[in-house]
Design a protein around this ligand. Structure first.
Ligand code: NAD
Length: 298
């Protein structure tokens, strides 16, 4: 193996500490306690785990956590009414509606009903537009976490060639915008891209956000490139016992790590950064709503 392992778990822990310090400062200097409201509709087990972890880490960072668990039968109008109530609540600085929502509710309608200044997921069309036009935005947590890891590993990204595989609104597109803002030369690849291995072969930076286990292999990677693996794919793991599963990324770690200069593992790479960046976004949102500057070091 040649690649340096990018330790997202450790980086996320230090980011959470910085968030905690910023929260303590806001309380002491301004009597301000940032608050995050998380709304879960229905009983998706994975979403329940995410929501619980978000609540725990919010409290650990010294912030207020408000959890709303609604039944799967909740109507779109009822959910929109709750969002309106949270928009108007001065103690709530960040609002996150856990996706996916039940099929009878329009995700776009709900996301775009959130006050953009409280949209700590950064999915609102206003925040997407602000990001695309270089205005202060709340940026989606997972790609922002990837950017922090890349800057930590590589320093200045200007002029580097970056390939983002995946064009979703929550990862691929905002990732491409963030890299463009860092003056990378960005290619966005997707399911219709021709000869993906050849596209990836020219990249100094590869961000894989596809949802296909171990799709990107070492023979695609330019020697020395930085590889960020966003994928979270659960695959059977018979070696751990019958019916057991384990999580792998979109990158074939063993072969990619033999050629890359730096690489994130799965788990322990991008995953832990997402909630840490959510906490960061909540503090930033609270500061902006209070007319304060963004906290230093976040
Ligand atoms: P998505 O399904 O919305 O988008 C996948 C993208 O991959 C699409 O744009 C599609 O065009 C592209 N794609 C599909 N097949 C392809 C192929 N064969 N070649 C090239 N591109 C292809 O997924 P998403 O929400 O962006 O998530 C992507 C992955 O990241 C998933 O594994 C997801 O679980 C993971 N994820 C992780 C975190 C985290 O916190 N680490 C957060 C969000 C998503």
């Amino acid at each position: 193996m040649t690649a340096r392992i990018i330790d997202g778990k450790a980086f996320a822990a230090t980011l959470r500490q910085r968030v905690g310090a910023a929260v303590a400062g806001l309380k002491a200097d301004h009597g301000l306690t940032p608050g995050l409201a998380v709304v879960l509709v229905g009983e998706d087990p994975a979403s329940e785990i995410y929501v619980r972890n978000k609540g725990l880490q919010t409290v650990e960072a010294g912030m207020a956590s408000f959890e709303y668990k609604l039944p799967a039968t909740t109507s779109e109008a009822e959910l929109l009414a709750l969002v309106g109530q949270l928009n108007a609540d001065a103690g709530v600085h960040g609002i996150l509606v856990q996706l996916p929502l039940p099929k009878h509710i329009s995700e776009a309608a709900v996301i775009n009903a959130i006050d953009p200044d409280k949209d700590v997921d950064g999915f609102h069309v206003i925040n997407a537009g602000r990001l695309a036009t270089g205005q202060p935005a709340l940026v989606p947590c997972t790609p922002y976490g990837c950017l922090l890891l890349l800057k930590d590993a590589l320093g200045d990204l200007a002029g580097k060639s970056a390939v983002v595989i995946g064009r979703s609104n929550i990862v691929g597109k905002p990732m491409a915008q963030l890299l463009l803002a860092e003056s990378c030369t960005v290619t966005v690849a997707h399911s219709k891209t021709r000869d993906l291995p050849a596209v990836v072969a020219g990249a100094d930076i590869v961000v894989a956000a596809v949802g296909r286990p171990r799709m990107v292999t070492g023979d695609w990677i330019k020697p020395g490139a930085a590889v960020i693996d966003v994928g979270i794919n659960r695959i059977p793991a018979p070696e751990k016992g019958e019916g057991a599963t384990r999580v792998v990324g979109d990158v074939d770690f063993a072969s990619a790590a033999a050629v890359a200069g730096a690489i994130t593992p799965v788990p322990g790479g991008v995953g832990p950064m997402t909630i840490a960046c959510l906490l960061r976004n909540t503090v930033v949102a609270a500061c902006r709503q209070a007319g304060l500057a963004d906290p230093a070091g976040l």
